[in-house]
Design a protein around this ligand. Structure first.
Ligand SMILES: [Zn+2]
Length: 153
């Protein structure tokens, strides 16, 4: 009973630990939600990576997008357990729309074109499509699977 209540109150705690998309990778830039929806921010986190670095699914889900958005190769995975969607960019997909993935499954590799991470990092976003809101992906990851740098500025 107590456990059930805890699970109901804390679905994120119950369902983490997920894994980092690049296990052990250093976080170059953290999550900086914008003050207002129209102001600049950083709606995700950047992991240190180079072109060709393998990228893995955070958790179990279904690939809902694998292709180009404005010249940037992007993969999105819907995670039905949490009703959240993870987005990986710029990533050349080795999966296709409709594929089911498990936590830690290889989904592609970092591309050298597209977005602020081209050839130097992986941008990971996490969105609640129902609420239209972004979340901090680090809240979901198992401790130790990502390496945090001291916050800059
Ligand atoms: Zn980023």
């Amino acid at each position: 009973m107590v456990l059930a209540a805890l699970l109901a109150l804390s679905p994120w705690i119950a369902l983490s630990p997920w894994i980092a998309p690049i296990p052990g990778a250093e976080v170059l830039r953290g999550y900086q939600p914008p003050d207002q929806s129209w102001t600049a921010g950083h709606r995700g986190i950047d992991f240190s990576a180079s072109s060709g670095t393998p990228v893995y699914a955070l958790g179990p889900g279904v690939v809902v997008f694998a292709g180009q958005i404005a010249g940037k190769p992007v993969i999105s995975v819907q995670h039905p357990d949490l009703d959240l969607r993870s987005t990986y960019e710029p990533v050349l997909a080795s999966v296709k729309r409709g594929d089911s993935v498990v936590a830690g499954e290889l989904i592609g590799s970092v591309a050298d074109i597209g977005g602020h991470c081209a050839g130097r990092c992986l941008h990971l976003g996490l969105k609640d499509p129902g609420a239209g809101a972004y979340r901090n992906p680090l809240e979901l990851l198992r401790p130790g699977t990502a390496v945090l740098k001291a916050p800059a500025g």
